[in-house]
Design a binder for this molecule. Structure first.
Ligand code: BGC
Length: 730
């Protein structure tokens, strides 16, 4: 398996067993406690607890000196063991890369892996050895603030990119001191939080869990992920932290996971608030029995595990298994042989170069009327740069940037100013103080600059604080008076480019066609400015594809491409927009199909959508057989042709539909994708392959099965359309 370290399991067993045999009950429980509390200095209580072996890991200490002091304290006793040092290193450390959702828009496993590897070495240089990433929750409701932290809505895309992130953080051998143990989170189903409201219930069926939410975790396990975090939510009524089906039956039993499971922040104690545990002791017992090994930030394990073992409520075998799982990860990290040396942090320039590449690749060109983009340098003498996010070094970094340095950020204004000189002038006005600002006083001043310019570039979206954990929105339109700012700028008649910097897709109904071009950059990190400038002027081409659907309106949510068919599908002929319904229309005169009267039945921009500057066409789709038998591979070839004058990049996507099965199957499912570059005038043949195993689904018995019958496939440049063909599975 890729990315897994090479230490033989039997060797792991011996060392761990020897250590376990030498530990008393208090030391064992200590290994299961992940404690918050240092953050720059060591309080007396923590020093005592660490020295006494009552702590297995610390989170949120990033001062390398303090981290080393803590490690020395942990080794005070002859039997002392080094600590796990954890932190949310989510999309960079000192250098900030695009938010995970932005990285996912690259559809590039190589890029995601490189960003994680760089973040790992920066973090390891500060004494960390464990990150609480990647987040692998499949996110289909962008009201949920944590969509920013996700890799999007599709299980295959999340699986491939999530596994790449694991490889980036962990490398091939976790003893390498530049690497971090990764943590696949949040197991499982958290992305389905009802209504997109964080920490909410996830009313998921077992089939939906297995089919949609489990695959990314399984992929992370195959990539060798060291640890897993249980989610805050309840899944079909049972909170994940006490869910033996998730933690024991599936994770350990079915998938053979041998690392440890950590709770989320105080999520063990919160079992009482979920109403499934009497008190903290009961919560500790339920979590431990269900398969949770380490408690983050709470006191349930520390205060209750010893008594639970003494009373016989929790067996010593189970406790030993919990400790062994933690020790096994420490062993993989090389911590049982002693402290890891701290690597040297790479120079900021190295991070900046990668952050620039990542910011380029996360940009998705949603719209480009009349090919306004790329701008021609000789045709733009005056550029009006407007909007509340045009010069906000911290906001462009996005959520989860505890350690990110805004001083490393280059804003669009700074980047464009670098090009100023005779013949090229920037006019700048924020128009609004923040993205939430409702004060329309300065909108006309901003629009007046647009009127004087050859082109207006409007940087709108959300501040970092409007997405991320607990930061959900019921209405995901542009907040504040930003829509009005866009209207006034567009009304000047100056060609306008809308740049979106946000932690989620936004609902752009009513304004999406005002700008000539729209470039979605999500929160693109430190180098958003230079990347934007170079994309605008065609120094680089946008290559991103949406990892998540853009709805028209919030009321349509959740909306995602891979939904099940309905018995009454809508199409253009069967849908009457509300404004066109005649007064007094009879109940059935509109037909009965699945749509909203006021939002229709399609999203604004589909999953997989993203334009480029070149003109690449797909042609000549061919299958090598009509019937696929088990053990065989169906070979699918297609030609990609670049007839235009520019080199270009395209991400070609393969989708499949199982036309008749024993259960209703999604209207489309992504099965493969490939990003390729093509010189002007060039053509290439692309080949995809499908086997019977790619056509499986979770059947009525909750097991992955395939069924004979007809399938439809599409090869296209988004989930909305493509060249079509049919085949049969024998
Ligand atoms: C989040 C986790 C995070 C942890 C530690 C929790 O609130 O849900 O994703 O890793 O805090 O910061």
């Amino acid at each position: 398996m890729e990315g897994q370290d090479t230490t033989p399991r039997e060797a792991l067993g011996t060392t761990v067993r020897r250590l376990l045999d030498g530990m008393d009950l208090e030391e064992k429980i200590g290994q299961l406690c992940l404690v918050n509390g240092a953050e720059g200095s060591i309080p007396q209580w923590l020093a005592e607890d660490v020295a006494a072996g009552r702590v297995g890991g610390i989170l949120n200490e990033v001062d390398p000196t303090v981290a080393c002091q803590l490690q020395q304290l942990a080794l005070t006793r002859p039997s002392g063991l080094p600590l796990l040092m954890g932190r949310d290193v989510i999309h960079g450390f000192h250098t900030v890369f695009p938010i995970p959702l932005g990285q996912a828009a690259s559809w590039s496993a190589d890029l995601v892996e490189a960003c994680a590897a760089h973040a790992a070495v920066e973090a390891a240089a500060c004494g960390l050895n464990w990150t609480f990433a990647p987040m692998l929750d499949v996110a289909r409701d962008p009201r949920w603030g944590r969509v920013a932290e996700s890799l999007g809505e599709d299980p295959l895309l999340v699986s491939r990119l999530g596994a790449a992130m694991v490889r980036g953080f962990q490398g091939g051998d976790l003893r390498d001191p530049t690497r971090l143990a990764a943590c696949a989170k949040h197991f499982a189903g958290y992305g389905a939080s009802e209504g997109g409201r964080d920490y909410n219930s996830c009313p998921l069926s077992e089939r939906e869990l297995r089919q949609v939410h489990f695959p990314p975790f399984q992929a992370a396990l195959e990539a060798g992920v060291a640890t897993v975090m249980a989610s805050f939510c309840d899944v079909d009524g049972l909170p994940a932290s006490a869910n033996a089906f998730l933690l024991d039956q599936v994770l350990r039993g079915e998938w053979g996971f041998r690392g440890f499971v950590v709770s989320d922040w105080e999520s063990v104690g919160q079992l009482t608030l979920h109403g499934v545990a009497e008190d903290e002791g009961d919560a500790a017992l339920q979590a431990a029995k269900a398969g949770l090994d380490m408690e983050m930030a709470g006191s349930s394990f520390r205060r209750h595990l010893a008594n639970l073992v003494r009373d016989g409520a929790l067996t010593l075998e189970r406790l030993d298994a919990m400790v062994a799982a933690v020790l096994a990860v420490k062993e993989r990290l090389g911590l049982l042989e002693g402290l890891r040396p701290l690597p040297t942090e790479p120079s900021p320039d190295v991070g900046a170069a990668l952050a620039y590449k990542a910011a380029l690749e996360c940009a998705v060109l949603l719209r480009n009327e009349g090919e306004l983009l790329p701008l021609r340098r000789d045709a733009v003498r005056t550029l009006a740069l407007l909007g509340p996010l045009a010069d906000e070094a911290a906001e462009q970094m996005g959520t989860w940037v505890f350690d990110g340095e805004a001083a490393r950020s280059v804003t669009p204004l700074t980047a464009l100013r670098k090009w100023e000189g005779p013949g090229f002038q920037i006019l700048h006005h924020a128009g609004l103080d923040t993205t939430r600002d409702l004060d329309a006083r300065h909108l006309d001043d901003a629009a007046a600059l647009a009127a004087r310019a050859d082109v207006a570039v409007l940087v709108l979206g959300e501040e970092a604080i409007l997405s991320g954990e607990a930061h959900c929105r019921a209405d995901i339109r542009l907040p504040g008076a930003q829509e009005e700012l866009l209207r006034r700028v567009a009304a000047t008649g100056t060609p306008t480019v809308l740049v979106l910097m946000a932690g989620r897709p936004l609902a752009l109904e009513g304004i999406h066609d005002l700008p000539h071009a729209t470039l979605c950059m999500f929160h693109a990190g430190n180098q958003a400015g230079p990347a934007l400038r170079d994309l605008l002027f065609g120094v680089a081409e946008p290559v991103g594809k949406l990892p998540v659907t853009f709805p028209r309106q919030s009321g349509q949510l959740p909306v995602h491409y891979s939904h099940n068919p309905t018995g009454r599908p809508a199409d253009e002929g069967s849908y009457t927009p509300m404004a066109q319904i005649p007064q007094g229309a009879k109940q059935h005169s509109l037909g009965n199909t699945s749509h909203y009267l006021d939002a229709g039945y399609t999203p604004l921009y589909p999953f997989g959508h993203g334009l480029g500057y070149a003109h690449l066409q797909l042609r000549n789709l061919r299958l090598d057989r009509e019937e696929l038998k088990a053990g065989e591979r169906l070979s699918i070839t297609v030609e990609l042709v670049n007839e235009g004058p520019r080199a270009g990049t395209e991400t070609v996507q393969l989708y499949v539909r199982d036309l008749v099965a024993s259960l209703s199957r999604p209207v489309k499912e992504l099965k493969d994708f490939r990003r390729v570059c093509l010189e002007a005038g060039d053509r290439m043949e692309l080949r995809f392959q499908l086997g019977e195993e790619d056509l499986r689904f979770v059947g009525r018995q909750q097991r992955w099965i395939s069924e004979a019958g007809r399938f439809q496939l599409w090869v296209g440049t988004s989930s909305a359309a493509g060249l079509e063909a049919f085949f049969t599975l024998a």
